[in-house]
Design a protein around this ligand. Structure first.
Ligand code: NAP
Length: 252
């Protein structure tokens, strides 16, 4: 039996991109999934696809900038599956791309409410039941932008940097066998990269799409981070650009 089989997993931002790929990867490994995003039609369709393939999935519409929404998603996982073993804090936005001096304060704040506070909301909701169980893994999807400043992305870089510090703080506070880890996937071929390319604002927007890894590489890395083999990385941001990590994940 693989380590992921039977685990109860909540994934935010599961309507497309990395989150949808992660949902499929967990389900393929026998996990019981809860899919969260604002686009309820898309998570309903993905949950139906997973169930049609013999997996377990439940769609819970959720805006991660609302703590009540995130807490409800965790509760629905516990109600459906009796526990929560994994939370993937994946929901994130790159919009509004633009220079800080011209930024709209409301829109800038909305992005940080999703990327940063959304991550906090997930940790806040999932840590207590995980600590009561004595086990659990929280994976926060980070970015190279957490450590590298980029023009036009002040909201994104700042919120990912803040979320990366949350990973470190939360892991330090986690008790028992609960751990919190970040994954910096490198550039991934998703809608987010399509928006980045259209902006033309910084070097990332000028990358050739062939430079991006497929979403299922990131998904496999997320699942691997939830296994005992990755326990040594607790409290850090793991970079999927590193050859050693790609090898450990089984990608090369
Ligand atoms: P994507 O294709 O744009 O997907 C983003 C996901 O986040 C969607 O499922 C979206 O669903 C969800 N989301 C956005 N705002 C939300 C909210 N308020 N509440 C709940 N869900 C929300 O992007 P992606 O590339 O898969 O990105 C996933 C994560 O990877 C993000 O955290 C991103 O920062 C990170 N990342 C991506 C790359 C890359 O190159 N693609 C690189 C490094 C890190 P709804 O719109 O339906 O809510």
């Amino acid at each position: 039996m693989n380590e992921i089989e039977g685990k109860a997993v909540v994934i935010t931002g599961a309507s497309r991109g990395i989150g949808a790929a992660a949902a499929r990867e967990f389900a393929n490994n026998g996990a019981k999934t809860v899919l969260c995003a604002r686009s309820s039609g898309d998570i309903d369709a993905l949950a139906a696809e997973i169930r049609a393939n013999g997996g377990k999935a439940k769609a819970v519409p959720c805006d991660v900038s609302s703590y009540a929404d995130v807490a409800r998603a965790v509760e629905e996982c516990r109600a459906a599956y009796g526990r929560i073993d994994v939370l993937v804090n994946n929901a994130g936005v790159i919009e509004p791309i633009g220079l800080l001096a011209k930024s709209d304060p409301e829109a800038w704040g909305r992005a940080t409410d999703i990327n940063f506070k959304g991550t906090y909301h997930g940790i806040r909701a999932a840590l207590p039941p995980m600590q009561a169980q004595g086990t659990g893994v929280i994976v926060n999807i980070s970015s190279g932008a957490a450590t590298s400043p980029l023009e036009g992305w002040s909201h994104y870089c700042a919120s990912k940097a803040a979320a990366a510090m949350l990973t470190r703080c939360a892991d330090r506070e986690a008790t028992g066998s609960v751990r919190v880890v970040g994954l910096s996937p490198g550039t991934v071929a998703t809608e987010m990269q399509v928006m980045i390319k259209a902006s033309g604002i910084n070097p990332v927007s000028r990358l050739d799409p062939s430079a991006h890894i497929p979403p299922d590489w990131a998904a496999k890395a997320i699942v691997w981070l939830c296994t005992a083999d990755a326990a040594e990385f607790a409290g850090t941001d793991v970079s999927l650009r590193q050859e050693e990590i790609r090898r450990r994940v089984g990608l090369i």
